[in-house]
Design a protein around this ligand. Structure first.
Ligand code: NAD
Length: 252
């Protein structure tokens, strides 16, 4: 068992208020590609700042849906993986007080996490861009994912936009405010599977550090925060996090 994993377990054990900050890397073992790993496929033929942007959606909604359909299918068919379950377990044990996620895929909740701040929105609901009515995605997801129709408002026939945040769109104020509050309160932040390149979420570890918290970084690739991490491990989170739970058990 590597010493850095033992050190991470020790930090979690003694934390008064630990929070997790997760990104797309937590869900890659569930089959959902992240945005920046090489060959993830999501961005091979498109510019992310256009395809997944609010302006792109408004100008060329059909292109947006054509790009989003295969991703939506992967998300709909995905199951939580051991990394999601381990994070839920850390909350159940009273160690994690909150989980801030950039993911829109609902897998943390499905794994059992309760206090989840979805700072980039989610695909649970969609909003009509014309009349602003909100619908559960379950009402139209099969037709969208397995058919070739674009989701439309049953009332006014306007296009439905998933409540996942696109580039150029404001973040949900309540979730982002709670995330900042958690970053200010915590004495330990566990960052898992995020390149920490999307603002303002990329500021949250700095907020935590400036309030005296320690950082644990678990990521396949290095990030620009690694030099500030008390423990930095470059491994697959789905493999590593269950081993971290085992270590907590060993010490119990
Ligand atoms: P990112 O793609 O920028 O970075 C992912 C990071 O996770 C990379 O550093 C990579 O090395 C690491 N990683 C990949 N697989 C891993 C694994 N198995 N274990 C540990 N680390 C792993 O992702 P981001 O920082 O979350 O930012 C991307 C944006 O894309 C976010 O806004 C997010 O909302 C969105 N997004 C969400 C999903 C999702 O909901 N599952 C998927 C793709 C993108």
């Amino acid at each position: 068992m590597p010493a850095d994993l033992r050190a991470a377990a020790g930090l979690l054990r003694s934390a008064r208020y630990a929070v997790a900050l997760t990104g797309a890397g937590v869900s890659t073992p569930s089959g959902i590609p992240d945005f920046r790993s090489p060959d993830s496929g999501l961005w091979n033929d498109v510019n992310p700042l256009v395809a997944a942007s609010l302006i792109g959606f408004r100008i060329r909604p059909k292109e947006f849906y054509r790009w989003a359909r295969p991703l939506a299918r992967l998300i709909v068919e995905a199951e939580p993986n051991p990394a999601h379950f381990a994070l839920a377990e850390l909350e159940q044990r009273g160690i994690l007080k909150a989980l801030i996620t950039q993911n829109i895929d609902l897998l943390h909740e499905r794994a059992g996490s309760k206090v989840v701040y979805e700072v980039h929105g989610h695909i649970r609901e969609a909003t009509c861009v014309r009349c602003h009515r909100v619908y559960p995605s379950a009402d139209f997801v099969d037709e969208f994912v397995y058919g070739d129709a674009f989701p439309r408002c049953p009332r006014c026939k306007g296009l439905l936009k998933p409540n996942a945040i696109l580039f150029g769109e404001s973040l949900p104020p309540e979730a982002i405010n709670r995330a900042y509050q958690a970053a200010r309160l915590c004495d330990l932040m566990l960052v898992v599977g995020s390149s920490l390149t999307v603002t303002p979420v990329s500021e949250l570890p700095a907020v935590a550090l400036s309030n005296g918290a320690q950082l644990i970084m678990i990521n396949k690739e290095p990030t620009h925060y690694d030099h500030r991490g008390r423990v930095v491990i470059h491994e697959d989170a789905a493999d590593l996090l269950p081993r971290l739970i085992d270590l907590l058990d060993e010490a119990a």
